[in-house]
Design a protein around this ligand. Structure first.
Ligand SMILES: O=C(O)CCC(=O)C(=O)O
Ligand SMILES: [Fe+2]
Length: 510
């Protein structure tokens, strides 16, 4: 899978670089072949140009006979073009294993639609390379603006269309159609779709959305380009009849497809869109402090704590790791990354609501991982020795990568989390191993705040209340990454082992 981790997406650059080298050789070989062909053409053409073209000269006569007997067949039947093509084919076969599959193109298209939705971006803007919500400053301004082609937009629209999602198919196919109209008559070698394809799919999308008159006018436009198409002619007749008899559904404003997982969708998206500001300090008058937590380990270099929220308790530890440590951890995890899974009943499986790859690192993997465990234990005051904490989970988000609102702790006794036999996940400490260019904040939905990605900082929160119940206020999410390569590392600490480190409160409700 390519789309679910930016590390894999970057790997795909290598495959394309090799293809580029092959194409350059092909172009060089074909150009030289055509140059030689043209030289022959011009030589013979010059002989015929002479008005007194004569064969009196025995040398000319000889060369005419030799040309017709030998030169022409050898030129016409040359297999140089074929062998150039074969070399190009071999180049593609060589990287075939690394080429993204259909599920990658689907995943990449869904990523663009997710960014469109969560960040309220217009499709027209996106297609022209602008990441902006109407009336707001751009969320991301790339160094070099890139835009999408008509065929690109068609592909995105087609992915939505194929799943019956006409809300998105209409937006993207409209853009595809208008770009195709602009460039009608000139086509790109690589395009697999055309204006007719866009009009055809768009008309059907409008029909399904109940907008018959739009479906009709698009089908009529289609027939201007391809008047002999029987199917579309029948559709025109059908749409006309529906409009005349008034039996067509009335067009209601198109709704985004409902996701059952996102009852709190509006709050979540608002938090993701929130501009990056001071995390907690200004709004809540919370503070920053140096913490030694009574640990000799922190005496010389106290932890830099920013208190973000009191209920649920969330703190951000700045400069928790160094750049070098972050690089080491990413490097160790890189070769082991696998599509992230989520708990589903008693099983674990991949899900559209979590797009990333992850790997587990034992503390024995490297002294850096061990040192990190020691630091987490010192800062949190918790016992991380096995089996009281899970291994370090290193996560690399993919294209539009996200983790929709969830709890880290188990909410059902059947959860695979209990397999460790050390209770539920009492606390999370999540370290940002990278920065991002835009998006990717960690949003706490019910608690109504979001923490931007702060490289090398660690975010700590309690998932359980002192009485052991899950804290419903900790519902949180990783917002879709709008631009950049987001890496985090999770350390989940379990209940057992912490009995004297985080004892119950006097009030059983605590
Ligand atoms: O990446 C984030 O900001 C949140 C990640 C998260 O919640 C998780 O991995 O459980
Ligand atoms: Fe989480």
């Amino acid at each position: 899978e390519t789309f679910s981790a930016m590390l894999s997406v970057r790997g795909a650059l290598g495959a394309e670089r090799r293809l580029l080298r092959r194409l350059r050789s092909y172009l060089r070989d074909e150009s030289s072949r055509l140059r030689r062909l043209r030289r022959f053409y011009e030589k013979v053409q010059a002989l015929h140009q002479d008005p007194k073209a004569s064969v009196d000269n025995p040398l000319l006569a000889f060369s005419l006979i030799k040309r017709l007997h030998s030169d022409w067949p050898s030129i016409v039947y040359s297999d140089e073009a074929t062998s150039n093509t074969q070399a190009l084919h071999a180049g593609l076969r060589e990287v075939e294993q690394e080429l993204p599959g259909a599920e990658d193109l689907d995943g990449a298209a869904r990523a663009l639609m997710r960014l469109q939705d969560v960040y309220a971006l217009s499709v027209k803007g996106l297609a022209s390379g602008v990441f902006q919500r109407a009336g707001h400053p751009p969320l991301y301004s790339p160094g070099r603006r890139v835009s999408l082609s008509a065929d690109d937009c068609f592909h995105v629209g087609k992915v939505a269309y194929d799943t019956g999602d006409y809300y998105h198919s209409i937006a993207w196919l409209e853009e595809a159609a208008s770009l195709f109209r602009l460039s009608y008559g000139s086509w790109n070698l690589e395009d697999r779709s055309s204006l007719e394809d866009a009009l055809d799919h768009l008309a059907f999308s409008y029909f399904m959305a109940g907008n018959i008159s739009h479906a009709l006018s698009l089908s009529r436009e289609f027939l201007r380009y391809d008047p002999s198409n029987q199917r579309v002619s029948r559709n025109v007749a059908k749409y006309k009849k529906l409009l005349e008899t008034g039996t067509g559904a009335s067009a209601s404003p198109l709704q985004r497809p409902n996701s059952t997982r996102l009852q709190s969708r509006d709050a979540y998206e608002e938090l993701c869109q929130r501009p990056r500001g001071q995390v907690g300090l200004q709004l809540l008058h919370l503070g920053c402090s140096y913490e030694t937590n009574g640990s000799p380990y922190l005496l010389l270099q106290p932890a830099k704590k920013e208190l973000v929220q009191i209920q649920p308790y969330v703190a951000l530890y700045h400069d928790f790791i160094t750049d070098a440590e972050a690089e080491t951890i990413k490097g160790l995890a890189g070769p082991w990354l696998q599509r992230s899974v989520v708990a589903s009943g008693e099983k674990q499986q991949k899900a559209e609501y979590r797009i990333s790859k992850s790997a587990w690192l034992k503390d024995t993997a490297d002294p850096v991982v061990r040192a990190l465990d020691t630091r987490i234990a010192a800062v949190t005051g918790l016992d991380l020795r096995p089996p009281y904490a899970e291994y370090l989970q290193v996560v690399n988000y993919g294209l539009g990568g996200h983790y929709e609102p969830h709890f880290d702790h188990a909410t059902s006794r059947k959860s695979p989390l209990y397999r460790m036999k050390s209770g539920n996940r009492i606390a999370t400490i999540m370290i940002y191993l990278s920065s991002v260019e835009a998006g990717g904040s960690t949003a706490f939905i019910y608690a109504n705040f979001s923490v931007p990605v702060v490289k090398n900082a660690a975010l700590f929160w309690w998932n359980l209340r002192r009485n052991g119940n899950g804290d419903g206020d900790t519902l949180h999410a990783g917002c879709p990454v709008l631009a950049g390569d987001k890496w985090v590392a999770n350390k989940w600490i379990h209940e057992h082992g912490q009995e004297f480190r985080r004892p119950c409160g006097a009030d059983p409700q605590d």
